[in-house]
Design a protein around this ligand. Structure first.
Ligand code: F6R
Length: 241
């Protein structure tokens, strides 16, 4: 496990952006992308670098870590829509360069299973960008998620639904109740992981994930058992280490 502590969030974003460009665009490996505020800043930088000095994006293939079930795929709150807005549009990716759970029909459980099978049939994700929640969640794998979980459907906790209500002014009755996420086992099978954490709000989760013995109450603590994970932290996120 590697822990890299950089002074500022801007430095973290730059390092993560270059990781994405190197692995997804230059090496052309299937790259898993989380959504959220942390990675949004990274993708904005990728887009800005492309705008300034366009690089070859034809080999890029990206896939979502998770998504809501039951909101329209083009709703801005959906992870798929955010990936399209933050990466596909600015990098001019063709739709076949994106692998998204929304493309699979069926119940959330069936979607999760079909999505994981599709990723496996493509040779599996080779590198994954991860954010971390303040409770150390990864994707929609909240505290208590079994370490052995494959891709699966989850009931969304009330705080997530309220966040969607506030942030995207979604009507209460249209709020999704379910999500689809890669599981902790799925994440552990990816050969290369980059966890990005910035800001004091993440300091406790970072500390617990790195210092507490692996424990299902701290989802990201499982990453201590991964052979090739890099934690990319700014000074604030690393402040309790
Ligand atoms: C979303 C995802 C989530 C976020 C996490 C941190 O695809 O995987 O686990 O990475 O909730 O979100 P931010 O970056 O918004 O703090």
């Amino acid at each position: 496990m590697k822990i890299e502590i950089l002074q500022t969030a801007a430095q973290v974003n730059a390092k993560a952006a270059w990781h994405f460009i190197r692995r997804a665009a230059f090496d052309g490996v299937l790259t898993g992308v989380a959504t959220g505020d942390t990675t949004r800043a990274v993708y904005a930088l990728v887009a800005a670098l492309y705008e300034t000095a366009p690089f070859d994006t034809s080999k890029i293939r990206i896939c979502a870590l998770d998504d809501y079930a039951g909101i329209e795929g083009d709703h801005p709150a959906s992870c798929s829509a955010r990936i399209r807005a933050q990466l596909q549009v600015p990098l001019h990716l063709r739709s076949e360069q994106l692998i998204l759970p929304e493309a699979f029909p069926g119940t959330p459980d069936a979607v999760a299973q079909a999505y994981e099978e599709r990723l496996t049939s493509l040779g599996g994700i080779q590198t994954q960008l991860l954010g971390i929640g303040a409770d150390a969640h990864l994707g929609f794998c909240r505290p208590g998620t079994p370490f052995c979980s494959p891709a699966h459907a989850v009931q969304l906790p009330e705080d997530t639904r309220q966040m969607l209500h506030r942030k995207y002014t979604l009507e209460i009755e249209k709020l999704p109740r379910c999500g689809v996420t890669l599981g902790l086992k799925s994440i552990m099978q990816i050969p290369e992981l980059l966890v990005i954490a910035t800001g004091t709000a993440k300091a406790r989760a970072v500390y617990d994930s790195l210092h507490h013995a692996p424990d299902e109450r701290i989802p990201a603590s499982i990453l201590q058992l991964h052979p090739n994970v890099t934690w990319l932290l700014d000074a604030e996120a690393a402040s309790l280490l």
